[in-house]
Write a protein that binds this ligand. Structure first.
Ligand SMILES: [Fe+2]
Ligand SMILES: [Fe+2]
Length: 362
C-alpha cells in the first residue's frame, strides 16, 4: 500500500500544517500565563554547583502525598488534556519516600567512580595461595550478590509515580553503583592469579526472597536495611580484609556507595511507618517478616565459605585462622548491633524481639 503524505497526519496536525504554510504560528506556549514564571534557582554552595536541593528550594512543584495522576508530567508543569495513565502502582509518598533521598542523590552523582580507572590495579602483587583463595572467595560472593540491588530497584522503578522523581533518580544511581560493585569484584577475582570460586545456595535463596518480595517496602527492608547492611559491615572491615592498596581502595569506595543505599532504606522505613495510615498493622506485619529474615545474620556467619575466608584474611593466612576467628566474632556482634540500631532509627524496635544471638556459637 502506498502511503501519501496527505493521509499520515491527524486532522489537528493537518490543520496546524495548513496554518504554518500560511505563516501563522500557534504561540500558545509563548502566551500561556504561568504563576510561577520567573523562578531562579540559586546555587547555595559554589563548590558543588546547582543541586537538586537548590532547585527544590526555589520551586518544588506543588508536591502531593497522593498524586491523582499517573503520568510522567514533571511536577509543576502545565498538563495536557489527555495525558495517558502509565499504570504506576506506587502512588503514595510514604510507599517510596525518604527524607534524605535528595541529598543522597546529589552525593551519589558527585561520588561516582570507575572500577577501570580509579583502582591502582597495576600495584597488585602475587599473594600466598591461601590468602588469594580467600580474597577470591569473598570477591566471588560479592560478584554474585551485588546486582540484586540493581535488579530489585529496577523491578519497582517503573511502578513508582514520577511525581516522586527524586526517589527514582536515586534508585538509578544505586543500580549503577551495584553494576560497578559487580564489576570491581569480578575484576579482582580475575586479576591476581586466582579466579572465581564458589556460589552459595543460602545466599541465593535470600536474594530470591528480595527479588520476589510481594511489596516494595518488604523487599526494601530485606535488601537495604538487612542485606546491604551486612555487606556494609564487611566493607567497613575492609582495611583488615585488604592485603594491599588495590583491595583497600576497592573496599573503601564500595563502602561509600553502600552507606548511601543503607541510609536510604533505613530512612524510607522510618518514613513508611511514620506516614502509614495504619501504623500498628504495618509494624506487626514487618515484625513477622523480620522474625524470619534476620536469622539471615547467623546464617551468613555460619557458612564456611564466608566465615573461613574472612578469618583467613583477617588473621593473615590459614595458619593464623584462629586469630582471624576472633575478628569474625567481632563482626557477628557488629552486624547484629548495627542492624538493631538501623531498625531503632526507623522506629522499628527489634531489640526486644530479635532471636539473633548476641554471641556467636563458636
Ligand atoms: Fe553494592
Ligand atoms: Fe548496595
Amino acid at each position: 500500500m502506498v502511503t501519501t503524505s496527505e493521509n499520515i497526519y491527524t486532522f489537528e496536525q493537518q490543520q496546524y500544517i495548513d496554518s504554518l504554510k500560511k505563516g501563522n504560528y500557534d504561540f500558545q506556549w509563548l502566551k500561556d500565563e504561568r504563576p510561577t514564571w520567573g523562578i531562579r534557582a540559586k546555587i547555595k554552595d559554589p563548590e558543588r554547583g546547582l543541586t537538586l536541593q537548590d532547585a527544590n528550594a526555589a520551586y518544588a512543584g506543588e508536591p502531593e502525598d497522593a498524586p491523582k495522576l499517573r503520568t510522567m508530567a514533571p511536577r509543576g508543569a502545565v498538563l495536557g488534556p489527555d495525558l495517558p495513565d502509565m499504570g504506576y502502582t506506587l502512588n503514595e509518598k510514604y510507599l517510596v519516600w525518604a527524607e534524605n533521598v535528595v541529598p543522597l542523590y546529589e552525593e551519589a552523582v558527585a561520588r561516582q567512580w570507575s572500577a577501570t580507572r580509579d583502582i591502582p590495579w597495576d600495584e597488585l602483587k602475587p599473594l600466598p595461595e591461601d590468602i588469594e583463595r580467600a580474597q577470591c572467595q569473598i570477591s566471588t560472593l560479592l560478584t554474585e550478590i551485588e546486582m540484586i540491588a540493581s535488579d530489585f530497584p529496577a523491578k519497582w522503578l517503573w511502578q513508582m509515580n514520577q511525581h516522586f522523581h527524586e526517589v527514582k533518580m536515586f534508585l538509578c544511581t544505586q543500580a549503577m553503583d551495584e553494576a560497578r560493585h559487580l564489576e570491581v569484584f569480578r575484576k579482582r577475582a580475575l586479576a591476581n592469579g586466582g579466579g572465581l570460586m564458589h556460589c552459595l545456595t543460602g545466599t541465593e535463596v535470600f536474594l530470591r526472597t528480595i527479588l520476589h518480595a510481594p511489596t516494595y517496602i518488604q523487599g526494601s527492608f530485606l535488601m537495604h536495611v538487612l542485606g546491604e547492611g551486612l555487606v556494609l559491615d564487611i566493607f567497613r572491615g575492609g582495611e583488615f580484609l585488604a592485603q594491599n592498596k588495590v583491595e583497600k581502595e576497592i573496599y573503601r569506595l564500595c563502602m561509600q556507595d553502600e552507606a548511601r543505599h543503607v541510609s536510604y532504606g533505613t530512612m524510607h522505613l522510618k518514613y513508611f511507618f511514620e506516614h502509614h495510615p495504619d501504623r500498628e498493622t504495618a509494624l506487626a506485619e514487618m515484625h513477622t517478616l523480620a522474625d524470619v529474615a534476620e536469622m539471615g545474620i547467623p546464617g551468613f556467619l555460619t557458612n564456611p565459605f564466608i566465615v573461613e575466608p574472612l578469618a583467613v584474611l583477617m588473621g593473615g593466612g590459614a595458619k593464623h585462622i584462629d586469630r582471624g576467628m576472633d575478628a569474625v566474632r567481632l563482626i557477628w556482634g557488629r552486624m547484629r548491633e548495627e542492624y538493631l540500631s538501623r531498625c531503632e532509627l526507623a522506629g522499628f524496635d527489634r531489640r526486644s524481639r530479635t532471636q539473633v544471638p548476641e554471641q556467636p556459637p563458636y
